[in-house]
Ligand binder design. Structure first.
Ligand SMILES: NC(=O)c1ccc[n+]([C@@H]2O[C@H](COP(=O)([O-])OP(=O)(O)OC[C@H]3O[C@@H](n4cnc5c(N)ncnc54)[C@H](OP(=O)(O)O)[C@@H]3O)[C@@H](O)[C@H]2O)c1
Length: 252
């Protein structure tokens, strides 16, 4: 199962898994794009896909997706997620709650639903898409907080799952060319070219790290360096440096 496969990282993950022979369950809101992807996967890779239209900000939809996971899947990619622009104190609280529900609640419930059949089968993989923003304090507040939750959840779970045959990963990309920034209304022109990754690079890095049993996957040499160096600096200093170096306004 891949959530959010209608564009960006999720679409690349779905294509890659189909190319490896997996039949897929595709979960997102855009029915047309879901159907088009399902057709493309069957044409290109001869795989069968189940389309589950769901808004993961809605509890009833999350429950339907969780029920499907309870029947068992081999591989779950909790990828659906979004950012917001605007100041925390001016953004509509309904939007803030929806972001928390998609970026965190859905990841929590769907991971919880997927694990029992995987553990029973002694085999399975859960990739939860977090972000470099979840590792290093940066611009923004609720987005980084939601991704820090995902990192922490996976790190904790990895310990508990040791020896079960089930792998869990927090995939932490930096800037990736997708629809993410346009959807969020985030200005991209100030981001240096060398900091951009493409979706295939992110998926390849994730799969390599799964094979290596690496729980936190940071694709791209530039981000490996950045997160390693940041990890050596005390958190309080990171926060102060971040305040001095970046304009943290207009991001949530
Ligand atoms: N792009 C980056 O720079 C970057 C960096 C680090 C981490 N990430 C993370 O990577 C993940 C994928 O983002 P992306 O960059 O590939 O962005 P994207 O191109 O905007 O794709 C987002 C996907 O999530 C789905 N989605 C969004 N809200 C949803 C909802 N309420 N219910 C169900 N599906 C929903 C969208 O499908 P529908 O619109 O069809 O529902 C779409 O398929 C996110 O978790 C994001 O936080 C992105």
């Amino acid at each position: 199962m891949v959530t959010g496969p209608t564009s960006g990282i999720g679409r690349a993950y779905a294509l890659r898994l189909a190319s490896l022979g997996y039949d897929l369950v595709l979960v997102a809101r855009d029915q047309q794009r879901l159907d088009a992807l399902s057709d493309e996967l069957s044409r290109r890779f001869d795989t069968r896909s189940q389309v589950l239209r769901a808004d993961l900000a809605e509890a009833a939809d999350r429950d339907r997706v969780a029920a499907r996971l309870g029947e068992g899947v081999e591989f779950l990619v909790n990828n659906a997620g979004f950012g917001l622009s605007g100041e925390f104190w001016t953004v509509d609280p309904v939007q803030l709650q929806a972001q928390l529900d998609v970026n965190v609640t859905a990841v929590l419930h769907l991971t919880r639903a997927a694990l029992p059949p995987m553990i029973a089968a002694a085999k399975g993989s859960v990739v939860n898409v977090a972000s470099v923003a979840g590792l290093v304090p940066g611009r923004g507040s609720t987005y980084s907080a939601s991704k820090a939750y995902v990192v922490s959840l996976c790190e904790g779970l990895a310990g508990g799952l040791a020896g079960t045959g089930v792998r869990v990963q927090a995939l932490c990309p930096g800037f990736v060319h997708t629809e993410f920034h346009d959807r969020a209304g985030i200005e991209k022109s100030s981001i240096p070219k060398r900091m951009w990754l493409d979706v295939e690079q992110v998926v390849a890095g994730s799969l390599r790290d799964l094979d290596a049993d690496r729980v936190v996957s940071v694709p791209g040499a530039q981000y490996k360096v950045l997160t390693t160096v940041a990890g050596m600096i005390p958190r309080s200093l990171q926060v102060r440096m971040n305040r001095a170096m970046f304009n943290a306004r207009n991001r949530t």
